[in-house]
Design a protein around this ligand. Sequence first.
Ligand code: F58
Length: 822
Amino acid sequence: MNEHHDNELQNIRTNNDLETLKQAILDHLYYTQAKPVNLASLNDWYMAVAYTVRDRMMKNWIKLIQRLNDKDLKIVGYLSAEFLMGPHLGNALINLGIYDEIKEAVESHGLDFQQLMRQEEEPGLGNGGLGRLAACYLDSLTTLKVPAIGYGIRYEFGIFDQQVHDGWQVEKTDKWLRFGNPWEIVRAEIRFSVKLGGHTENYVDEGKYKVRWIPEYQVTGVAYDTPVPGYKNGAVNLLRLWKSEAVESFDFTAFNKGDYFGAVNEKVFSETITKVLYPNDESYKGKRLRLTQQYFFVCCSLQDALRLQQMRGLSIEQLAESTPLQLNDTHPSVAVAELMRLLIDEHELDWDKAWHITKNTLSYTNHTLLPEALEKWPLPLFASVLPRHLEIIYEINNRFLDEVKATHSNDDQLLRRLSIIDENGEKYVRMAHLACVGGHAINGVSALHTELLKQDVLHDFYQLSPEKFFNVTNGVTPRRWMKLYNPQLADLITSKIGEGWITHLDTELIQLENYAADADFKQAWWQIKQQNKIQLAQLIKERTGTDVDPDSLFDVQVKRIHEYKRQHLNALHIVSLFNQIKKDPSINIVPRTFIFGGKAAPGYYIAKLIIKLINSIAETINNDADVNGRIKVVFFPDFNVKNSEYIYRAANLSEQISTAGKEASGTGNMKFSLNGALTIGTLDGANVEMLEAIGIENFFLFGLKTEEVMALKYSGYKPYEVYQDNIELKEAMDLIRTGIFSKGDHSLFDPVINALLSYDPYMVLKDFQSYADCQQRVAEAYSNKDHWTKMSILNVARMGRFSSDRSIKEYCENIWHARPLL
Ligand code: F58
């Protein structure tokens, strides 16, 4: 069959006219789901629609696979332990440009389209910002036609589902694969073997000194591919996730001895590796299984990259030019040692050649400044999982330190600080150091964050190789976060400035400035926000039982719950407002709905107690006769990508209130702002650059600056004195201790209160007054709807820089030296 014939067949099957689409859905219901129309469940219909849409990506998917043989193709590998993709269907419809067509076809079968979309289980294969960033980056890579593969782990259970029982977070297993996953294709023939544990042996082969790794176990990694469509450009990239399997799934020796359960033991052990995502956020725990997960996916991904290299007829020496590999934080940083091992032990290259290739291929993105989040593996643990890698790391470290001694300094303290091995007490492998030494580029994710990396966390490395350091400020994709999740606002924008903004946000969005004074436009802008708020209010009623007023100011803080993000600062301010009302019920206050959402790491007690505190405050305030509905507090359960659709677009005010110097970038700040919310925030992470772009007159700034936080810490911060000196703050904290929010239990919230009074590491108390004053300015500003709307429009107009397309272009230019394929 010739290509022409192929194309014709394709076109007949994947036309987008109504009749073809309707029939395609019925065909999948029948031939894929094996269901007649009258017995089909909503999930059957969803699956049939998903396969119908997937069929429409096939031509370009196959084109991509064919192109993988192309010598001249540069492929970016994005290695990440997390990809928080969000539901696929809506995104695919937007990017393929067939949203309305599919909607019509679905409705013509008598189905509710929105309900069908909600049937999709979210693939929650990430914790928060870092995982979602990886997803935005895949969207931008494909939209910019940069060939790329996202390499990661196919967790059977993603981030837990959050329920709220009696105000407390309860975690439920996320069984996202339970009803099938129509978006992935298992590539059963793409499988690699992964060794674990055991020991090494030296031997001599043809006069050459060599090392053999005798593992204790061996498992297999199998590739599962999900297509990532670009925005209306015919491009598809791959998300390739690895699932672990047993080499032999059944042990006949055990079985023959009558040990039926023993016969599947190995299978159980092997499959454990990709069973579940660790739900930790910004805190590192040295768990053997986590290191095993990291190594497992790195080992499979690097073998795959080398296989593709060979397939393209390229030599291993060309790896760096043909396949730049980005390490998304240190989770894949064992890649430095693994690539060396593959090149030396398996491909028999000498050390210097292998080192040259490794260094030039890999680069590392740092996402955190918090010391407790920096990964370091206890040496004995590392040795027992990866004995060969530890030897290689020692060798890398020795050579590195020798070079420093020779070219820079013999200062013993400096060498100890730089060493990949931490020898101050119990010994550790410092993964950030491994990534810095073993790669050619290191980047932070906002201007401030990169500066702090250079000055503080990675200062010694910066002094040594300043040319390795880059900043790439994060961005988010306007396709999902605007066009898909705020269709009405997107249409309004398009009606004025055309649709160029969807792919050229940085140059096009600014034209909106011209409409900031246009009365009709402002009216339409306000109306859309109102409608989005009405929808969110309905959802809040459904999920929490609470009635909220869509005319009130929607003040929203959604993100992981963490002390550095300071949800408790927000809560203290609410309590102080409550106090004011109780003292003078006739006080004039601007009605507000405070909305919180976010998951706490299951083992992070204080974070869970903060959730309980918010829910307790909500219960009291929402039912108080003096308050009389003027303020409402809501904790929206199970904040995830799917639920976020209703939240960002409905916000008037976005809370970005972390302690200065702690939030690497933040990306929720950008999603809110691009949807018309104004920001109340500190000079932290990307807030700094947003403020610069938006203008101080359209931004509610408060709080200590990074240098002030550092100076205060240095000079001896005394939170108790702040508490005693600030009457509003003191009364708010004391009120919590009366038990008024906890059915008379005085001590329930002591761990939160006492931490604030004694250490307050994130300076919540110090920033309280500045925050409260700023909130007062917000209330006044919101009272002038016309001016508020103008600020909202200008705020969106000036956010063009924060598209992930701009970020990806910077990675391409400065780090990967990759060019879009046009
Ligand atoms: C986040 N990190 C940063 N880590 O906190 C945020 O400021 C930044 O915008 C974002 O990365 C993207 O650069 C983050 O989300 C994690 O979720 C890790 C998951 C694995 C364990 C350690 C935390």
